[in-house]
Ligand binder design. Sequence first.
Ligand code: ADP
Ligand code: MG
Length: 620
Amino acid sequence: MSKFAKLGLEENLLKAIQDMGFETPSEVQEKAIPILLEKDTDIVSLAQTGTGKTAAFGFPMLQKINIESRTTQGLILSPTRELCLQITNEIKNYGKYCKGLNVVAVYGGASITDQARDIKKGAQIIVATPGRMKDMIGRRMIDISKIEYCVLDEADEMLNMGFYEDITEILSYSPDDKSTWLFSATMPKEVATIAKKFMYNPIEITVGGKNMGAENVSHEYYLVNARDRYQALKRLADANPSIFSVIFCRTKRDTQKVAELLIEDGYSAAALHGDLSQNQRDLVMKSFRSRQIQMLVATDVAARGIDVDDITHVINYQLSDEIETYTHRSGRTGRAGKTGISMVIASKSESRKIHAIEKIIQKKFIHKEVPSGIEICEVQLFHLANKIKQTEINHDIDTYLPNINEVLEAFSKEELIKKVFSVEFTRFYNYYKKAKNLNVNAGDMSEGSKDTVRYFINIGGKDDFDWMSLKDFLKEMLGLDKDELYKVDVKESFSFFNTDSKHQELVMDFFKEFELEGRRVSVEISKDTGRGRRGGRDRGRGRDHGGFKGRGGERRGNKTSSGRGGGKRDSRRGEDGKKEGGRNDHSRRDSGNSGFKGRSRRKSERPNNSGTGGRRRNRN
Ligand code: ADP
Ligand code: MG
């Protein structure tokens, strides 16, 4: 007997469950289903998003209604059109072996007459948003006077959205002896009020506060200046070439703006918010589900409860004012046993919120560094290499091969590889090679984000340098102007100096293999100003990769060092002895195969489009 059978579900439902691949009931299902099957009772069920609530009420409802009858017996109210459609589909799926079942979705923005006609055919179950439902009851297009079960799904959200009055009115047309099943992620007092007003002696169940995916979601934050948010977002996306993500903004306007910028910069992105027409929203969701859109930029309301599988990253472009919202956001990923990452792009002033959220989710955030331009180039290079490796050969090309061979005859394999990569990669590299460090040091907000980099160099007084002669020496070596190199600070056996961040690559590249009178001169990026420098500087400088070296943050004195993308690196990073936590995990996911299709074009176009940076247009 399957675990679902033990809950008391019938054969035709069990068959559907098997088809869907559900093996074990979730906690809310285990608790709610037997109660709802056995008793005609009201119920208040508190469970986070992603805990499987739809099935918890859907299966009992399907089992209890009389499918032979055409009377409307079940009503499910949900806050948004997207959820309404999602639930409708889900219930249809659950009931696919229930012959004669008719489930109809009722929501605003679509033809009311079509919906009325579908209902007239006899809908045993109606799934509705409150506004349209009220409308249709008012026009006598729907009769709910005989319903036996009424579900208030995402009750907290419906109340947030101001549906209290609509719900009250709708319920006034329903019989008193129906059962009301209320589902909510949180229990604010408005929900308690509803429960009190509309329900009779409800059984309460609470599910351990855990999202089904919660275990699988790691939480990261990136500290940047507020004005660098967009750049940081782009880097996070570029450092994760297979990203399939929802990006949350605070307002509709920001949502729209960020989506537009991403699109201009060549990403497959789209906005989802309440100002779009219903039709547009449908299209967006359709493209997202089918992976034509990789980055869905959404408001909280529009994305509430959206259940799309395999979302790899949730990105909090801005945190919401209500920290509880974070749970809903991060619950969009790590679903159905998959792993996911929830990232927060935070300004220093938001770090307090991070701690508050940690209390709520009972998990620690990992402070990560926004990847450097070079790091991203590395990731992209290896992504490209893997893509080439996995690409199936198109044999239609065979006929042209002799001619192509002739053109390329002169090149060795190695040269060809370099050329292929250059075709795809040069613009990307050029865009990123001078990219500045976007990270704001947690303890050093005002200073840390200035466009300057401080270096440690292992020569000093004992090598007969004073600050002036060292400055001259460095200037000359690096070809920099006198005001491009400053804050030269010479100690006995080492020194410090600064340049603008844009020269960081130059400096680091120059000193990669530099020797002075037979001694290796090494330069490191430093955040401390001479105090607290640590030994072992030469560890882990891995120089085995053709000149691209990730480095941002290695000596930054931050708690987390910046690892880098590209699963290949993991072992070498390991030698560094750094505690890396999630970073490596997520790089590994990058090389997953979820999103290779149709991407190369986008990638090669983007740096070009974005050459001047996404922030160039400061409209609205
Ligand atoms: P909630 O309404 O609590 O946010 P959903 O009902 O949308 O959650 O379910 C989240 C996802 O989990 C859906 O994709 C659903 O198909 C899946 N799911 C639900 N129950 C199970 C189960 N017992 N086993 C595996 N997956 C499940
Ligand atoms: Mg739900």
